[in-house]
Design a protein around this ligand. Sequence first.
Ligand code: SAM
Length: 296
Amino acid sequence: MLSYRHVFPAGNLGAVLKHLALLATLRAATRKEAPLAYLESHAGAGSYALPEDGAAEYRTGIAPLWQARRRLADPLLRDYLQLVLRAQARGTPVPGDALPDLASEVPLRRYPGSPWFARATLRPPDDLWLAELHPTDHARLVDLLRDRAYVHVERKDGHALLRAQLPPKARRGVVLIDPAYELADEGDRVLASLADALRRFGHGTYLVWAPLRGKAAPSQMERGILRLAPAKLLRVAFTPQAAAGMLAGGEGGAPLGSVLWLLNPPYRVDEVLRAAFAECAPLLHVQADVRWLLGG
Ligand code: SAM
């Protein structure tokens, strides 16, 4: 249990997909003034030093976007890269802080995690609830986000956090469920947690990430999510072009791509993601897919 340390896949293709979708969702959700709760069941350390290793996964994830940052036109991609650029310096910005110019000559040494993007996006009346079980990552996350009273970081099981905090007081909320899929039954745990969360807070927005690895796992998850019948269900995925033909047989091993299901996403997040993926997919050498499975 808990041998997984998120530092290895920091900034990889899966992280790029997840964090672009998270940023689009949080920007759209904070357009309304009413307070919002953000809950994350598997939060990680919040910020990662990128390894020197030539095989490190970020080299085919954030690195090509970083190299192209000065010529990218899409507003979501520019927003995301400005936040990654800001993450090279100490501390976390709050909404309204000036972000650095994308033309700045700064080496890519760190990659921010999902709590960092949430913290940079959410406002003081909003509430962040984050669970991280690993003692080292929990301590690093507490340290990174310690300056804000509205951030709650708990060292507990993330599914228990969702049971304890849903429905949120704010009555508006975004929930990210992003486990490492180390345990054989992790997919079942996610589905059980999601079913319980939807019973308590059916109109919440949920983002659920999974690797596109092997034959069964993602499609089983997808069938399970469809059975929960959220009002709207959007599916976004990156499949590396080199791996597209291998998906049917790629059991085990390195993830061949990743998928994120967005339950009840804010208005027009699909359009924002389609536009961003149209520009970044060729740079990342992925097939990007944005598809409504329910509603939309
Ligand atoms: N969401 C993070 C991000 O995008 O930056 C990455 C999270 S990483 C994929 C999964 C994390 O879940 C790891 O840091 C691991 O220590 C933690 N973890 C594993 N089991 C957990 C549990 N039952 N509850 C809370 N955290 C857990």
